[in-house]
Design a protein around this ligand. Sequence first.
Ligand code: NAP
Length: 251
Amino acid sequence: MSLNILILGGTGDSIKLYKAIQKQMPDLKVVLSEAGITHKKNKIKKNIRVGGFGGVTGLIEHLETAQIDAVIDATHPFAAQITAHAVEACTKLKLPRLRLDRPQWIVPSETDVMFVPDAEAAARIVARTSSSAFLTIGRKTLSAFDQISGVKLLVRLIEVPPEPLKLENCTIVTGRPPFSLAAEEALMRAHRIDTLVSKASGGEATRAKIDAAAKVGARIILIRRPPAPDGDHVFSIDEAVNWVKALKKRD
Ligand code: NAP
């Protein structure tokens, strides 16, 4: 009997992992699940499901109906809800679960970097100390900056938001990782950015903004990651593939 793996995705790494498993273990069934929040579709046409499961109950039902043998949570480090649902559902069904995470960024030395617990704390620092800040924190928590006046805000989003943002004095740019160091530096220089606000997401695809901020002398404010779930936890595609291979051997 062949294993049936569900990858919880929404990240570049989840697609890389899906492809690596397919290539190295073609006998194994692997399905990639995405929330379907952005409009751009990835290039995977087969074995993909899109949309929420309907909470933890819906996820449990899906895992049972689709006869999933193991789950790999390759979602974004800040997608805390789906990660918590995966923990709860897999614990209940006694399914093996792996968390594929990203290494934290190592910030260049002599950079002014601050870690804060949330977007509200970042907004308070921006209001007090910045005249031109670059916000790369996604759309969900941008409202923390709604009350700020007198600071130019450059906001980068994946897509133009369906409704206008309530931020004062804001310029929106859209873009999807990966970003190059040269482009990040040019953007920061063009907008005279003195502060970069980012989630401490880690990984290579969005790392260039950290190096660019260091180059232009901007302060970096990083929002701390939610705690990682307990259990099996790896930081690379290769390690995740090996986890699946070990599972397959046991099967
Ligand atoms: P979240 O708060 O953890 O999840 C919200 C809900 O979206 C979940 O309860 C689930 O709905 C659904 N969902 C999330 N990921 C899913 C997946 N892979 N497959 C099926 N349903 C999923 O997540 P979020 O922060 O809104 O992020 C949404 C997606 O975007 C995630 O998949 C994440 O990997 C990706 N992403 C997030 C960020 C970020 O900064 N948060 C950045 C880049 C990409 P139900 O409860 O109905 O099952």
